[in-house]
Design a protein. Sequence first.
Length: 275
Amino acid sequence: MKKIFSSILLCLVISTALLPFSALAADSEVPQLKAVSFKNATVTEDFSPSKHEYSLVLGNTEVTPTLDSYELEGDANLFVNYVYDNARHQTGIKVTVEYANGTLIYDFDYKNIEYHRENSDNYLREVMCNLGVVYPEINKDTTEYTIYIPRDLTVLELFAATRDTSAYCEVPNEISLTTEQELDIPLVVTASNGEKRVYSFAVRRTDKSSKDFASAIKRGDTESLVKNEIFYQRPEFMIIVVGTAAVALILLVLLKVGKRYTIEVDDSDENDFFA
């Protein structure tokens, strides 16, 4: 009995001694956001990974600030979302660092926002998503886009920024996908005067896995991701299919026309029965 009790006591002592090291190992797995900056906005305080609330001074209060650069240590993804008040006015930016065991959230509140008079600016400025590449880049002349995603992605997180701070875009932030599912997502931007503009985003899968996709995005190699769409979705594949079908149809028509004019109904060498 004494031996059993001694063994249990020894295990407790060892586990207690190792507890700080296990906690330290767990802490080391938490990624850190070392720095972040925005276009058309300045963070008023020095950034620190342990501080989670900041103020932003906008360079132009009518232009939505967007992510410029960031420094992230560890295996994680960073997303930018916009915060609105009850009147659907932008009040700040929420930066989320998502990793395997949790999330880190940093809030950046606009310090000098001034909502100007109503206007008809209902354009998107930027669309971001986890493990996704929007093609082509958002511009005011295009309303139809493609979002390329990994072949095994099952949850698509989507974030959108309007060009004008007084405009509003309702976005389905999290979309569940079944394996191999593809879909079309409409986004509606409403200007401050109520005018709406509808955008369409076709979600299409690529040949790459989520791991390969994340690595390519971190390298800034988004061009290869766009080119690695599944073969039957590629434009050249569709051109070949349509071209082959068109050639086959033309040959079939020519064959029928040729037969009609070259095949003789009567044999010219046959004697007339009544002659």
